[in-house]
Design a binder for this molecule. Structure first.
Ligand code: ZN
Length: 260
C-alpha cells in the first residue's frame, strides 16, 4: 500500500510519487521459514556475533513507487512459481560432481530478479544491510539495467548459486530454510573484486562485483547463470560450510559434528 508521505522520491526511477512498502527479501522466500518457525538471523561483522531478528517479514522499506514495485513483482512472481513447483527441492548432484545443471525457462526474468535483490540490499537503509554498499557507479548501472529490463551479460553482476543440503536423522536430505543477511567479501586489492553473499530460503547467492573490465574477466565462466537459461547449482553438504553450520545451530539447534 502506498504511503501518504510525499517524499523522498522513488529510489529506483526518481519519481516523486507516494512510495510503497517494499520488501527487501521477497515475501515468498520466507514461506518455509515460517512453517518451521525458523528465525531470521544476521551476522554482525563488527562484533563477530550473530543476532536474532524474530519478526521475519518486517524487512521492508518505503523505497519504490508503485510502477517500480510492480516491475519487481513481475520478476518475483515468475521465480515464486518455480519455488512453488519445487524446482529447487530435492536436488541431487550429478555423478562424481558436487553440482547439478538446471534449465531455467527465461534468462532475462531470473537475472533481473537476482539483480533486483542485489540492488535492494544496496539501496536499503536498514543497518542490517550495511555490508552492501556498492557505490554510485554500480548503483547507476544497476538502476539503468532494472529500469530498462536489461539483464546484461552473464558476467555483469554474475551470480554463483549453491544449495547446501543437510542429512536429517530420518535419512532424508533437506534444504534448510535459512536466511542470512548479505555480507561483502573482498578478493584483495590486486583483484579489485568483491563478492556479496546472501542466503535466501536456504539458497546461497554470491554476486561478483567489480569494474566492468574486472567483471568481464569472468566471461565464459560456466558457473555463472547463462543466457541459455543454464544454471549450474553447487550441491554441497551443509556440514562442510562453517558459516552455514553456525546458522543451523542458531536456528534449529543442530549439533556440529566437527566440534569446532
Ligand atoms: Zn519508481
Amino acid at each position: 500500500m502506498p504511503s501518504d508521505h510525499p517524499n523522498p522520491p522513488c529510489r529506483l526511477c526518481g519519481a516523486t510519487e507516494p512510495l510503497c512498502r517494499s520488501h527487501i527479501f521477497p515475501r515468498f522466500t520466507f514461506k518455509r521459514m515460517k512453517a518451521r518457525d525458523g528465525h531470521f538471523y544476521r551476522f554482525d561483522g563488527q562484533r563477530r556475533a550473530w543476532e536474532s531478528r524474530r519478526r521475519q517479514d518486517d524487512c521492508f522499506e518505503y523505497l519504490l513507487c508503485k510502477g517500480c514495485e510492480q516491475r519487481f513483482q513481475r520478476w518475483e512472481s515468475s521465480i515464486a512459481r518455480l519455488f512453488a513447483r519445487g524446482f529447487f527441492d530435492n536436488l541431487e548432484p550429478s555423478a562424481g560432481k558436487k553440482s547439478t545443471i538446471l534449465q531455467l525457462p527465461d534468462y532475462a526474468t531470473a537475472k533481473l530478479y537476482l539483480l533486483s535483490l542485489l540492488w535492494r540490499c544496496h539501496a536499503a537503509k536498514d543497518p542490517i544491510f550495511r555490508q552492501v554498499e556498492l557505490g554510485a557507479r554500480h548503483d547507476a548501472r544497476l538502476r539503468q539495467m532494472l529500469l530498462s529490463s536489461d539483464p546484461g551479460e552473464p558476467w555483469e553482476y554474475g551470480c554463483l548459486i549453491s544449495i547446501p543440503h543437510l542429512q536429517l536423522d530420518d535419512g532424508k536430505v533437506d534444504r534448510p530454510p535459512i536466511a542470512m543477511m548479505p555480507e561483502t567479501m573482498h578478493f584483495g586489492a590486486e583483484h579489485g573484486l568483491r563478492l556479496v553473499r546472501m542466503v535466501i530460503d536456504g539458497i546461497v547467492l554470491c554476486f561478483v562485483i567489480g569494474s566492468p573490465d574486472r567483471m568481464r574477466q569472468w566471461r565464459g565462466v560456466p558457473a555463472l547463470f547463462q543466457r541459455s537459461g543454464r544454471l549450474i547449482v553447487g550441491i554441497e553438504d551443509a556440514m562442510e560450510m562453517p558459516f552455514f553450520i553456525k546458522q543451523l545451530q542458531l536456528s534449529f539447534g543442530v549439533q556440529n559434528p566437527m566440534h569446532e
